[in-house]
Write a protein that binds this ligand. Sequence first.
Ligand code: BG6
Length: 481
Amino acid sequence: MSPAATKQELIILGGTSDLARTKLFPALFSLYCHRHLPKCVKIKSVVRQQHTLETFAELLKPHCEITGHEREFSEFIALVYLVYIDFDQPTQFKYLKNALDSQSQSIFYYAVAPELYEHLTHCLRQFQLLQSHTRIVIEKPLGRDLISAQAINQQLLSCFSESQIYRIDHYLGKEAVQNLLALRFGNSVFEPLWCAERIESIQITVAEESGVNDRAEYYDHSGALRDMAQNHLLQLLCMVTMEPPARMKPTAVRAEKLKILESLKTIYPNEVIHKTVRGQYGVNPDNTDHIAYTQENGVAEYSNIETFTALKVEIDNWRWAGMPIYLRTGKRLRCRHSEVLIQFRDAPIHLFKPSGGHAQRNRLVISLQPQEAIQFFVNSKSPGKGLGLHPIALNMDFCEYSQSRRWSAYERLLLDVLEGDLTLFLKAEEVEAAWRWIDPIIEGWEKYMPKPDGYFSGSWGPASSDQLIARDGFIWNNPIG
Ligand code: BG6
């Protein structure tokens, strides 16, 4: 079969996994409902327990937006072909071979724990299911340090070429994150201002209101640094700070992101106390509804895993040298709130007297979730007598602006995989560069900060997080309320 063949089969290995149930199938269903799922794509769900289409549909129902689309849901389910395989019995992969169309291009989505990648690849290879145009899609965690990430990459690259591997970071599929690129590279006004001479600091926050839910088993071996900072936060950082790519093509975009990751100034183990924060949520005495992290099901009683981290980052390149970037993320924070804040430098002299309000430095706030919006704060004359200033926001609200439906990150990324567009997927070197930067922090934490600072569930994290940024004269931009 030629790579240009139009028939494709999307094979989800781990068809009942949390990822498949809560993200992949709902995204495929939504694409189907809105007629974006190409007709030439067949969906095969490889499950490890016996299921009928009816019992499988029941698993998906709570996660799919079915109301008003009941008929489409039945149609969609009828399109899914279930293959039952016990992964511990490699000979059973013959059932998959029988189920696949040798004239179609296979796209294997590994919706399983990374420990299974090697085994699955081996089984697929044994049954000659891998060809030069096969694609595979994998998710984080891609390792837990540089060495393990290199091992995963090496193993995959011994069976696939880099252009066959789609490493997903779902944050790059979010509409607001792509808007960041549009804002930076689709407008000419920002580029001359986008540098350390004009910008004083950048904050990137990904705050979650939820706790670990039913993922404690994974999370208690991971923590916020590995789970969020190594991937989502660093990818956001790349989107904000990378050089304009020569074109919007995978090679160009990925090369620019890699340059940023390679320019991150190392935080050496003996610097972690000044440049990083680790926190873990405890009960809030005013709201005992939420339990402490260590009381969550599946978490070790004396766990020292962090559910919050804040980092002071610097990029050693010509554009950004010397300018601080503050990253923070955590679970059980006050509310779900993700944003990028660009704080510009102060005016060189202050000509206007404060009257009533007070002037502030210009700020560009790019809200990612729950709302997608961009606000640019400028100073304006306070009404009435005198020439005092107060800040006002120039608002761009994408929910109001866009009448069209909101795509989930996975819808967008799954279509990119089908279309063979690697722009929003990570290449091996990016994953490794990120771990290369994270590893000394982990080493420092083990040595100097083995115990995370406590914070109340529902707060904005430990006091040490405020202190980290206050030492440089800044405060976190928390939403009011
Ligand atoms: C995942 C993390 O990658 O991202 C989770 O493993 C986290 O711990 C989730 O909750 C957050 O994603 P989103 O899209 O809900 O912000």
